[in-house]
Design a protein around this ligand. Structure first.
Ligand code: AMP
Ligand code: MG
Length: 344
């Protein structure tokens, strides 16, 4: 499985035997990630129907949102933007673009899904990590940053979508998984599942309860991979982690992470991982990416701007940085080198 280092060990406490209602389980793939789905329901047929629909929706999402393969919606949109053309809106697209624009604005531009050209320039539009070879020419990076691609450039009117800036290229890598988790929970609830957990490689969201105890997730340490903290996950919560450890470019002893600072056009290196608890998986996913970009200097601005209260960073020096509310949620499995709780 891809992104193995990101498979933050999931400890499911309060197992099926604790619950009087059976837990149905299934695994599906989306965006190269194995997604584990659990639902609290006695109705096997309803669960199977939900899974059949979800499988269908996941393969459509994968095809439509791929940033560089095939001829899906995103590839066609990016081609149209580059050529100054407009495309007809498709169902669900407006909501997605508006959400992406909101996340960019709320993060002060640090989460920017319009920087697809920069991501491609760094060679990160690939399934094979690590990428080898020297970083791109500084001049090429400068030119893409100077073009200032932003979700603000995208106009939606009269059933059509256009970009006022030809340098805009959408890359949903920073929050597609969150969107997929939200969609999965919606489908499960529509099929009558009272409680459900959707876990995409350690990024997860839950609805309802199972048994007497909460679901619980363990977040791994980004360096050595052992569990760092455990977090109980309550009804309606999503826990997302963004890290820069597995996907990177390597050259002459230097590592260049796949998360880029849109202001400079270069990979970030201070924050190794950021974890966010929020009520919306897509928002949590976008926020975790933005926090990695923000670093310790700017993370509180992102916390405030995106309306977060529970966030955690692990920096390259081994320090665990916490918001006060996150401090109240975590339990260390292994004490960190240093801990710093930041006032909001
Ligand atoms: P995540 O693992 O959710 O942090 O997403 C990382 C992916 O998002 C990268 O592989 C890129 O495809 C994309 N990306 C990189 N930098 C940014 C950024 N600053 N804002 C939004 N997406 C980004
Ligand atoms: Mg993300």
């Amino acid at each position: 499985m891809k992104r193995l280092w990101l498979v933050w060990l999931l400890l499911l406490l309060g197992a099926c035997s604790q619950s009087s209602v059976p837990i149905q389980q299934r695994q599906l793939y989306v965006f190269g990630t194995l997604v584990e789905i659990q639902a609290v329901s006695p109705d096997e047929a309803a669960f199977s129907a939900a899974m059949a629909e979800l499988q269908q929706v996941f393969s459509t999402l994968h095809e439509q949102w791929h940033a560089w393969k095939g001829n899906g919606l995103l590839v066609r949109l990016n081609r149209a933007f580059a050529e100054g053309r407009c495309l007809a809106l498709e169902p669900g697209l407006e909501r997605l673009l508006v959400r992406a624009r909101e996340a960019e604005a709320a993060s002060g531009g640090l989460f920017n899904p319009a920087i697809g050209r920069l991501v491609a320039l760094w060679g990160f539009h690939t399934d094979d990590f690590p990428v080898h070879g020297p970083p791109p020419e500084p001049e090429a990076i400068r030119a893409l940053v100077a073009a200032r691609p932003s979700m603000r450039d995208i106009r939606i009117a009269g059933g059509r979508v256009c970009s006022a800036n030809p340098s805009v290229a959408l890359d949903l890598g920073g929050f597609a998984k969150g969107l997929a988790v939200d969609v999965a929970l919606e489908i499960l609830s529509r099929h009558g599942m009272a409680g459900a957990l959707v876990n995409a490689g350690g990024d997860l969201a839950v609805r309802g309860h199972h048994g007497q105890r909460d679901w619980r997730v363990a977040v791994r340490h980004p360096v050595h991979g052992r569990p760092l903290v455990t977090i109980p996950v309550a009804d309606g919560e999503a826990v997302f982690t963004s890290g820069n450890y597995y996907r990177y470019r390597e050259h002459a002893g230097s590592r260049y992470a796949h998360i880029l600072d849109p202001r400079m056009g270069y990979p970030v290196d201070e924050v190794l991982s950021a974890t966010v608890i929020a009520e919306d998986a897509a928002w949590a996913d976008a926020a975790a990416t933005a926090l990695v970009v923000a670093g310790t200097r700017g993370w509180m601005d992102v916390v405030r701007g995106m309306g977060l209260s529970q966030a955690m960073l692990v920096t390259a020096d081994g320090t665990v940085h916490l918001t006060p509310a996150m401090k109240g949620r975590i339990q260390y499995v292994e004490p960190p080198v240093r801990e710093r709780v930041w006032p909001l």
